[in-house]
Design a protein around this ligand. Structure first.
Ligand SMILES: *Cc1c(COP(=O)(O)O)cnc(C)c1O
Length: 494
């Protein structure tokens, strides 16, 4: 299997190259030249496999330059019961007739980013050995909250790597900030920045692609890579859990093999839902993908109208990991919809860069709408969904999952069999969840954690216990313009 760039479809690189480099030097994203198609027999065979076996099978289709041992090593070290709370890794809960929640938050940071970021460091190290073994890997990560912590947990103390995380100082929850500020590990750096997530992502991407910085790193035996969902090594592991969820539904008799289901995904950077789209293209019986947004509903507008326009207010919401106006992975979907027309994609991305907007043709929009539906939820609707789901279904959800559940309620797909991707533990956003339940939330986040546990009679997830007794190691906030110099300074590069 070979990979190409969304902005230069003549390029051919290996998966190791794509994962090690993160982004193509033309500014495009790495994508497979063709997607493998699975036979019914192959998909059927997953029903009797463990999550790890399912992962090994799917990863092997894409990482053809890896040995079987390398893939097994990565999978078997990432998806353990030491790292994840359940042996199933990504269990499914039926919450009512035809609604199934895919719990993706059982990892060390209680958010779905762990599904990919627990395995990425292994994939990155193996890739690095294949591509440029002598260079130290410097991971740059912009985060809206959850990626940062998950990347830090994945890469901490990994030999031959250093990781920098930048988060919007006023755009993440107290819990998220505390999780990052108390991070342990001898190769980690965490900074707040003064802008929003888009500012963080744009400025990190700028340093990442700055040729003079690249040269300086090179001369010092280092090179950048990315742990953001633009990295193919982040997307690939996410394809696995959609196959896994389907197989679990077949196995438990909830669906018959071949029966089509819908998938509902709370969306920000468009990585998670794109993985579901790839699963669909690979032959998984999916009818529709529901792209769920919060008040930052740029994707809802795009999927309904074909116009992507980021000239609009940016809202800070209670589902902060979805507060995004530039969904990077949409570029990969466009590349598919335009049948790998790199010129077209490049032009669209240029107009996004220049005018903050672009429009796709009616024909392309029709192609998009064959698979995608979109809805958004306001803050009040999100809170209502937390309360309704708790009272009517006896199931406690976080603010991001609540957006997805509300969007399903608003959608014409309601009533059809649907897998809802649940992306975070409710304990990660305890104050928002408490207030949605009508409880007094005039508490500190840590007090709110205890209260939520008391009310719900659920145990606080281990990684969120004792956060208050951990030492704060990182509390610096940088101007966006200072990011580049800070990185060079910390790497001791002059
Ligand atoms: C990152 C994140 C999302 C958005 O996922 P994308 O892949 O960026 O679309 C949704 N919910 C939570 C809790 C997240 O951490």
């Amino acid at each position: 299997m070979e990979y190409t760039s969304t902005r230069n479809s003549n390029l051919r690189v290996s998966s190791a190259y794509a994962i090690r480099n993160g982004i193509s030097s033309d500014g495009g994203l790495f994508v497979p030249t063709t997607l493998p198609k699975l036979s019914d027999e192959q998909i059927k065979s997953f029903a009797d496999m463990s999550y790890r076996e399912r992962a090994i099978n799917i990863l092997s289709l894409f990482l053809t330059d890896f040995t079987k041992d390398e893939i097994e090593f990565a999978v078997n070290n990432a998806y353990t019961t030491e790292n994840f709370i359940s042996e199933e890794i990504a269990p499914i809960q039926k919450i009512s007739n035809n609604r199934y929640v895919l719990e993706l938050f059982g990892g060390p940071t209680c958010a779905f980013k762990d599904m990919a970021l627990q395995i990425l460091p292994y994939l990155m190290k193996i890739s690095s050995e294949k591509v440029d073994s002598d260079k130290e890997i410097v991971i740059l990560t912009a985060t809206s909250g959850d990626t940062g912590k998950a990347a830090l947990e994945g890469f901490k103390n990994v030999d031959g790597t250093k990781i920098f995380v930048f988060y919007p100082d006023t755009g993440v929850s107290v819990m998220q900030k505390l999780q990052m500020a108390t991070q342990d590990g001898n190769n980690v750096q965490v900074y707040g920045i003064t802008g929003n997530f888009d500012d963080a992502q744009t400025s990190v991407k700028k340093v990442f692609t700055d040729n003079s910085v690249k040269t300086m790193l090179n001369e010092n035996g280092k090179s950048f890579s990315s742990a953001n969902s633009i990295n193919w090594g982040r997307l690939l592991p996410q394809i696995v859990y959609y196959f896994s969820a389907y197989s679990d539904l077949v196995k438990s008799g909830e669906i018959e093999f071949g029966e089509k289901i819908n998938v509902d995904v709370p969306t920000g950077n468009f990585g998670n839902i794109l993985a579901a789209y790839y699963a669909f293209k690979m032959g998984l019986p999916i009818k529709k993908l529901l792209c769920a947004s919060n008040k930052n509903n740029i994707l809802t507008d795009f999927i309904k109208s074909g116009i992507y326009d980021k000239n609009r207010p940016f809202y800070t919401t209670k589902s902060p990991s979805m507060d995004i106006l530039i969904s990077s992975n949409l570029e990969r979907l466009l590349f598919e919809l335009y049948n790998h027309d790199d010129e077209k994609v490049k032009n669209l991305m240029e107009s996004l860069n220049k005018d903050g907007k672009y429009e796709i043709e009616k024909e392309i929009l029709d192609r998009l709408d064959e698979v995608f539906d979109a809805e958004y939820a306001t803050e009040d609707e999100m809170a209502q969904a937390i309360s309704d789901t708790y009272r009517e279904d006896g199931y406690l959800i976080d603010t991001h999952t609540a957006v997805a559940i509300k969007c399903l309620t608003k959608s014409k797909l309601l009533g059809e069999k649907t897998v809802i991707a649940s992306t975070a533990s409710p304990f990660k956003f305890p104050k928002s969840v408490l207030s949605a339940l009508g409880e007094d939330a005039d508490l500190s986040d840590l007090e709110a954690l205890d209260k939520l546990s008391e009310i719900s009679k659920l145990e606080i997830p281990k990684p969120l216990q004792n956060l208050d007794t951990k030492q704060v190691r990182f509390n610096k906030v940088l101007e966006i313009s200072a990011i580049k110099d800070k990185i060079l300074e910390d790497l001791e590069i002059k």
